[in-house]
Design a protein around this ligand. Sequence first.
Ligand code: MRU
Length: 349
Amino acid sequence: MIPTLSWTPEGVRFIDQTRLPLEESFVLATSYEQVAEAIVTMVVRGAPAIGVSAAYGMALGAKQTKAKTTEEFAPEFDKICARLAGTRPTAVNLFWAIDRMKGLFANLLSSGATLNQVQGRLLAEAHAMYEEDIAACKTMGAFGGALLPEEGGVLTHCNAGALATCGYGTALGVIRSAVEKGKRIHVFADETRPFLQGARLTAWELMADGIPTTVICDNMAASLMKAGKIQAVVVGADRIAANGDAANKIGTYSVAILAKEHGIPFYVAAPWSTIDLATKTGDAIPIEERPRIEVTHHGGKQLTPNGVGICNPAFDVTPAKYITAIITERGVLRAPYTESLKQMELAAG
Ligand code: MRU
């Protein structure tokens, strides 16, 4: 599998997710500003991948500074953090990664570390986050894979795969793990209007792994469920509130309601960096509004009349009551989530 993002001596290299699946090309971000731009334009996307990209952006900003000392670099570091934090508001992994890097920087600053040491430690921390993300995906994959049936259809929405993480994926990691254990899974990938992460990205990466996949338009899920073709739903998340409400790609909420109506388990797979215990319920999760052109146009072709009203929220919130289980690298959580999330956080220390 081609890496979603990687550190190179010249900067951060991304597979360009705006061009997949027809073109496998790369974008090299040679400044933190270009990393921020890659996040905004969705060259790189998906909550965990955004977080680690931002961490690398901070390491890159530190490497390129003209400051001579750590103290002199400190205000510039704040500026870099603010720029990266301003890219996309919903995925809490972004703020989790920035806060982790900020905490490290504060410690280094107060302990009198040289700028050279700071540069090395920030990069090492970004590398650590990268490796931890892959490990988390593999662990949650094993937990979640065990929940899937021996055989059947699994619906997923958006792309919560290797492309949305540093590798293996969250929801798609669960599916990969089940397939690796010999389960006969057929994936139904919602196309995921308007950005088509399902049709373009999920289909591309599952086909590369030889996992049987069928792309459906978003409005076909109910009919397939009624026909008995879907035995489970697995999706990712951008932010999970303290009560278990989960923000994910727009359209996830309707899939959850459909799953409940048809008695199909609805699983959310996400690393602990997606859990936001400081946000009490889904109502407080900020929802990004994306540019209207993503709805009015596709592939450079206009689809709607000039001047028509457009609404383009990138995410919605699935209330906890629709979620059968939340799958994390720490284990599988069940309702009531306010209790199970709190307990798992305490257990981890
Ligand atoms: O707008 P995107 O493509 O960044 O949205 C991505 C999703 O909604 C994913 O499902 C989520 O980030 C989980 S990725 C492991």
